[in-house]
Ligand binder design. Structure first.
Ligand SMILES: Cc1cc2nc3c(=O)[nH]c(=O)nc-3n(C[C@H](O)[C@H](O)[C@H](O)COP(=O)(O)OP(=O)(O)OC[C@H]3O[C@@H](n4cnc5c(N)ncnc54)[C@H](O)[C@@H]3O)c2cc1C
Length: 461
């Protein structure tokens, strides 16, 4: 991003609306003595809590959930909170790399995780607000359109939900769209494209719809955690402010050094979003590829949000910015959701998209102030798409950032460590990790229950 216009102070506070909605901290619940559990789950974000939920539900095993900081204060408290089920790579590319069956099965697992989320909410009695709607993505090149139509063709062949698509009758490339895609889109007036994207600009020529939603994943994490503590007092324990520094994997169990104590566990599941400031030692064979710090690549994502007094329908809009998939500055996005004020319901409009890589030696801290330069850039470039009527340079109620973990190949790791099956993973958001964390939690629970799962593209290598 460049050419910022309105100046903001050089630093703004990092303040996430999701963390603000959490109940007051009830104080540390540290590990006070050496202990043992059938399963130790490391990390209490949405992935760790979902993994605990499904494991307790579908096995008779005891679970100890260990959190270094506080539940929901990691990426789960610093995201955009969209319920999305796409991969960071086009489905057609996954089909090429992993084959039709494997890629479609993985896409189906992500699509189906909407139902897993609903199940977790219903059973836990969580009252976190969840909005569901069709998100819209604006495209302006034939390249993007063709890739998404090809994905849809594969979805159709795989029996998955097909995403509707509309193309402007004024699109310069209308006559060049290959005939095989004709059943997959409808031609509409340009005014319809503008209305769908809520933008007067004629730049965007096509819109892809996808089933989406939004929720506060930090609040959900808290509410489900509270349910697990109440519902499974004999089999579930949660400790926070307890960093896991070292995990030694043996033949049939593991020892964790957590805070000042030791934990013996039959299995260990890493739900750390991929960032390892802990050491994993395999005492029974080859050193693990994942044992080195940062085996996922970190990207810091920046978000800004403002409150609109007018009540607007919940929505998620994304705007492609590069001309070729894989190019720099892929997209910016806007999420609108109802926002409770003291006396009425307003609208919280969140803007996101800008990212920067975490430097190899950089220690990420979500409390680091938000750069004013970034806010200026977002205000000049994303705000006109989010709310063109909002004057440039107006103050933002919330600015925050969070850390995303990208695995090599951008596929979430869900499953058993090949060098030692005592260790399992549910991590690596690759930009989209809310529903995939829930999907991963359920999959891991089936492995822990002893189910033999068919090979999957999620299997750790
Ligand atoms: C800016 C931004 C926007 C995003 N937007 C979306 C979106 O709209 N939709 C979507 O699907 N995804 C989105 N994501 C990704 C999504 O938020 C994450 O995938 C998801 O929250 C990850 O959950 P998690 O539980 O794996 O990680 P986290 O929430 O980060 O939880 C991991 C936990 O592990 C703990 N931990 C780590 N190491 C240790 C240790 N050694 N000992 C003890 N505890 C440890 C951490 O303290 C942390 O609490 C976004 C992410 C960011 C940063």
């Amino acid at each position: 991003m460049n050419t910022p216009t309105p100046p903001y102070p050089s630093e703004a506070p990092s303040c996430s609306p999701w963390i603000q909605q959490l109940p007051p901290d009830s104080g540390p619940q540290r590990l006070g003595a050496d202990t043992a559990a059938d399963v130790a789950i490391v990390g209490a974000g949405i992935a760790g809590v979902a993994t605990s939920f499904f494991t307790l539900r579908s096995t008779a095993q005891s679970v100890l959930l260990l959190e270094r900081n506080q539940a929901g204060h990691g990426a789960s408290g610093h995201n955009a909170g969209q319920l999305a089920t796409y991969f960071e790579r086009p489905l057609c590319e996954l089909v090429e790399e992993y084959g039709f069956e494997g890629a479609i099965a993985a896409q189906k697992a992500f699509d189906d995780s909407h139902e897993l989320l609903d199940l977790m909410i219903a059973e836990s009695g969580a009252d976190v607000r969840v909005d569901r709607f069709e998100g819209k993505m604006g495209m302006f090149t034939l390249n993007h359109l063709e890739v998404h139509l090809r994905n849809n063709l594969l979805r159709l062949r795989g029996g998955l939900r097909v995403e509707a698509c509309v193309v402007s009758e004024e699109a310069e490339f209308l006559g060049e769209i290959p005939a095989e895609f004709t059943p997959l889109y409808t031609v509409v007036p340009q005014a319809r494209i503008c209305a769908l994207l809520d933008s007067p600009s004629d730049r965007y020529r096509a819109v892809l719809f996808s089933w989406k939603g939004c929720a506060n994943s930090a609040l959900l994490t808290h509410q489900v955690l509270g349910y697990l503590q109440r519902h499974y007092p004999e089999r579930f324990r949660y400790v926070d402010r307890t960093p896991v520094q070292r995990i030694v994997l043996n033949t049939a169990d593991a020892t964790l050094e957590a805070g000042t104590h030791k934990v013996k566990a039959g299995r260990v599941v890493l739900c750390t979003n991929g960032f390892t400031d802990h050491v994993v030692v395999n005492s029974q064979g080859e050193p693990l590829g994942s044992a080195d710090a940062r085996w996922v690549k970190g990207n810091i994502g920046y978000m800004a949000a403002f409150v609109e007094t007018e009540q607007r329908e919940p929505d998620a809009l994304s705007f492609i910015r590069n001309t070729e998939i894989g190019g720099a500055n892929p997209y910016v996005y806007v999420t609108r959701r109802p926002h409770e004020l003291a006396d009425r319901t307003a609208t919280l409009t969140c803007m996101g998209g800008p990212e920067r890589p975490l430097a190899p030696s950089e220690q990420y801290d979500p409390g680091t102030p938000f750069p004013g330069q970034m806010l200026s850039e977002m205000d000049s470039q994303i705000r006109p798409l989010a709310q063109p009527k909002r004057p440039a340079g107006t103050a933002y109620e919330y600015t925050w950032h969070g850390l995303m973990g990208y695995t090599q190949g951008s596929i979430r790791r869900i499953g058993v460590e090949p060098c030692n099956p005592v260790l399992l993973y549910n991590l690596g958001c690759n930009g989209v990790g809310f529903l995939p964390s829930v999907c991963g939690g359920e999959r891991v629970s089936r492995i822990l229950a002893g189910e033999q799962l068919a090979p999957s593209i999620f299997d750790p290598k």
